[in-house]
Design a binder for this molecule. Structure first.
Ligand code: BG6
Ligand code: MG
Length: 213
């Protein structure tokens, strides 16, 4: 059975995926581009630079390096404004119970977020101390869908990938988990997260006992 659960953050533990969507939509609109929720699916789990590149590619736009940098800074400022008031109430229902159940059974808990704001967000959510290891998106070579962040967290926990279960809401994230050689739990829709080994509609509905047996 598994020895660790490695969680994604945005869209798995809290609804910050919605704030990333709002901020990227504002960026796209500023560029005169449409940006739907469907467009956003492809951005979930993708890092900041990669996300902006996807938006520009879709709109067949190119901007100068300076403009690119400026758009990244503005998007992040907007995102930080949107998450300014988040607090422990913003945790998805069931997350604390899930963590407690894992701890009770000696299962380690890791965090594998692509976000450079991850440490700040888990701090605001009041859950920073519950993790045995928090991955650092800034220090891995390749971002999701590459396996790097999940592998770095497994290593940080002192475990091999086969002993870890990854939990993700993003297509790129599920691909990262599978490339890392881990069992993949998808949070969301089965028709979207086709590579996941099992999918639950929400984090709160994830059946920890079933996954551990
Ligand atoms: C991921 C989100 O967790 O982090 C993406 O799913 C986001 O939407 C990415 O772009 C990078 O986040 P940040 O905070 O470093 O811009
Ligand atoms: Mg996510």
């Amino acid at each position: 059975t598994a020895k660790a659960f490695i969680f994604d953050l945005d869209g798995v533990l809290t609804d910050t995926a919605e704030f990333h969507f709002i901020a990227w939509q504002a960026t796209a609109h500023q560029l005169g581009l449409e940006f739907t929720r469907e467009d956003n699916e492809g951005l979930k789990g993708v890092d900041r630079v990669g996300s902006l590149q996807l938006i520009l590619d879709k709109g067949q736009l190119s901007v100068s390096e300076e403009k690119f940098e400026q758009l990244l800074v503005e998007k992040n400022q907007h995102y930080l404004e949107l998450i300014n008031d988040i607090n422990p109430d913003n945790l998805f229902p069931g997350v604390l119970d899930c963590f407690a159940a894992l701890k009770e059974q000696g299962i380690k808990i890791g965090l594998a977020s692509a976000s450079k704001n991850a440490a700040f967000v888990v701090d605001k959510l009041g859950i920073a101390d519950l993790f045995d290891f928090i991955g650092d998106a800034a220090s891995v070579a390749n971002s999701k869908p590459a396996p790097d962040i999940f592998l770095s967290v497994a290593q940080g926990l002192g475990l091999s990938p086969e002993d870890c279960i990854g939990v993700e809401d993003a297509v790129a994230g599920v691909t990262a988990i599978k490339s890392a050689g881990m069992y993949a739990v998808g949070i969301g829709e089965k028709s979207v997260l086709t590579q996941a080994d099992i999918v639950f509609p929400t984090t709160g509905e994830m059946d920890v006992q079933q996954l551990l047996s």
